[in-house]
Write a protein that binds this ligand. Structure first.
Ligand SMILES: *[C@@H]1O[C@H](CO)[C@@H](O)[C@H](O)[C@H]1NC(C)=O
Ligand SMILES: *[C@@H]1O[C@H](CO)[C@@H](O)[C@H](O)[C@H]1NC(C)=O
Ligand SMILES: *[C@@H]1O[C@H](CO)[C@@H](O)[C@H](O)[C@H]1NC(C)=O
Ligand SMILES: *[C@@H]1O[C@H](CO)[C@@H](O)[C@H](O)[C@H]1NC(C)=O
Ligand SMILES: *[C@@H]1O[C@H](CO)[C@@H](O)[C@H](O)[C@H]1NC(C)=O
Ligand SMILES: *[C@@H]1O[C@H](CO)[C@@H](O)[C@H](O)[C@H]1NC(C)=O
Ligand SMILES: [Cu+2]
Length: 392
């Protein structure tokens, strides 16, 4: 995919971007808030009608207003709640994994089970018809593991990239205090950015030495970066967590203007394409998805396959999922809309994704689910909505 991204960047290189001012940023932020409010209202209305229909049929509804839970923006969570979240992730990293040695002999923990699953499924769940749905399911299985195996009582938080785009390294996520998800990597002077310098460098590049994950060992990979780890990246390769957080990628690819350009798409095909790549101006060539990933960068954060090995992954994908939810709830025809095929960029050529196609999260856990099962956050196994703060 490295070559594909390169070709994509070259194709878009000639695109002349308009000069966007901070005023446009605040306009875009307001538009997004209105969309989010509309989505929340529509979700609650859907929930109410489902509950009424279940009761009328003599059934017990799975999700109700009383059971509904909120995934909250990380910086808006109380400090002790942020700490409870990272403590639960550390717990998952300390528990023995379920992945057989034959599947990955490098996995060492329950946390690593998730990394292995992502490695195996990468060619099917990116630039494909299951990108959004599979990652929603994967996050939910992770959240469920934190709750059922590590006594976590909250939900996974999300990272509102745009809010912190001018300075992600000092945001509540990456400032390195005990309530963060650990700080930036140690600054390496004159280091190159990701993809051999193709991606602009951030303000770190070295090992993470502050915050809850400062002692964390990364066991798997690399795969999408050089040098590839033993057993094609599935072997044991203990090393420090590296990050290269900085404002360059964030301001150019994940600001409110970039996000709103995506949110204005009217078909699921255009929406998921623009999330994952430039597609059209004014969004940057790597898309808001690549933008969040390359704002973290480093190892394994900048690795297409192994990126869930950085705990920041799950907050980034929480925001992707949140934006999809908001987009879905603007119009009832979007709820069950899917597009795309079952392989990355349809290579090798594959069938169109169907609502009845089955997905799973491998040894990370959870049952098999259909694509249809994951298209509403208040149906099936789910009962959550995204919210800026604990109160709204
Ligand atoms: C959402 O619902 C609230 C409360 O019913 C209402 O005040 C608000 O105008 C609605 N917002 C949108 C964008 O529909
Ligand atoms: C979770 O709580 C139960 C009951 O209090 C306790 O037995 C168990 O050790 C806790 N597990 C973890 C991982 O803290
Ligand atoms: C990191 O490991 C050192 C040495 O084992 C220990 O003293 C320290 O408390 C650990 N820090 C964190 C944040 O876990
Ligand atoms: C926001 O991102 C767009 C690309 O999506 C870029 O052209 C613009 O300069 C950015 N705005 C700010 C204020 O950084
Ligand atoms: C999921 O389906 C596969 C076949 O596609 C099967 O091998 C596996 O056992 C199923 N897993 C669960 C948890 O039901
Ligand atoms: C509750 O969820 C289960 C599993 O997803 C499903 O089979 C069942 O139909 C749901 N019940 C209602 C009332 O929606
Ligand atoms: Cu992924």
């Amino acid at each position: 995919m490295r070559l594909e991204l390169l070709l994509h960047l070259l194709a878009l290189g000639a695109t002349v971007l308009a000069a966007w001012t901070p005023a446009q940023e605040s306009d875009a932020a307001k538009q997004l808030d209105v969309m989010a409010q509309k989505a929340l209202n529509a979700t609650l209305a859907l929930l109410d009608s489902d509950v009424a229909a279940a009761k009328a049929a003599g059934l017990t509804p799975n999700c109700t207003r009383e059971k509904l839970r909120y995934r909250i923006e990380f910086g808006s969570m109380a400090k002790e709640d942020r700490k409870a979240y990272t403590s639960a992730v550390l717990c998952l990293q300390s528990k023995p994994g379920l992945t057989p040695k034959s599947v990955s002999d490098g996995a060492r923990s329950r946390f690593d089970d998730f990394v292995v699953t992502h490695i195996y499924q990468t060619p099917y769940v990116h630039n494909s018809g299951t990108f959004l749905g599979w990652h929603r399911w994967y996050l939910w299985v992770y959240e469920t593991a934190l709750r059922s195996e590590c006594n976590y009582t909250g939900l996974i938080p999300y990272w509102d990239w745009s809010k912190y785009a001018p300075s992600p390294q000092t945001s509540p996520l990456f400032n390195g205090d005990e309530y963060s998800i650990s700080g930036n990597g140690k600054l390496i002077a004159n280091h190159a950015g990701a993809m051999g310098g193709f991606i602009p460098a951030g303000l770190g590049g070295g090992c993470v030495e502050t915050g809850p994950f400062k002692n964390m060992t990364v066991n798997l990979g690399p795969i999408g970066m050089q040098p590839v780890g033993p057993s094609n990246g599935l072997g044991y390769n203990p090393r420090c967590l590296k990050r290269d957080v900085g404002p360059t990628v964030a301001t150019q690819n994940t600001n409110y203007t970039s996000v709103m350009a995506v949110m204005k798409m009217t078909t699921i095909a255009n929406f998921q394409d623009l999330v994952q790549s430039g597609g059209a101006a004014p969004n940057g060539p790597m898309g808001i998805h690549g933008g969040g990933h390359y704002t973290i960068s480093g190892d394994p954060g900048g690795d297409f396959y192994v990126s869930p090995g950085d705990p920041a992954f799950y907050l980034h994908h929480g925001q992707i999922d949140r934006l999809w939810t908001i987009w879905q709830m603007q119009d009832s025809t979007r709820q069950y809309a899917i597009a795309g095929t079952n392989t990355m960029n349809n290579y090798p050529p594959s069938a169109n994704t169907q609502l009845t196609d089955v997905m799973n999260a491998g040894y990370a856990g959870g049952p098999n689910v259909t694509v249809h099962d994951v298209l509403s956050t208040v149906r099936g196994s789910f009962c959550f909505v995204y919210s800026r703060s604990p109160l709204s």
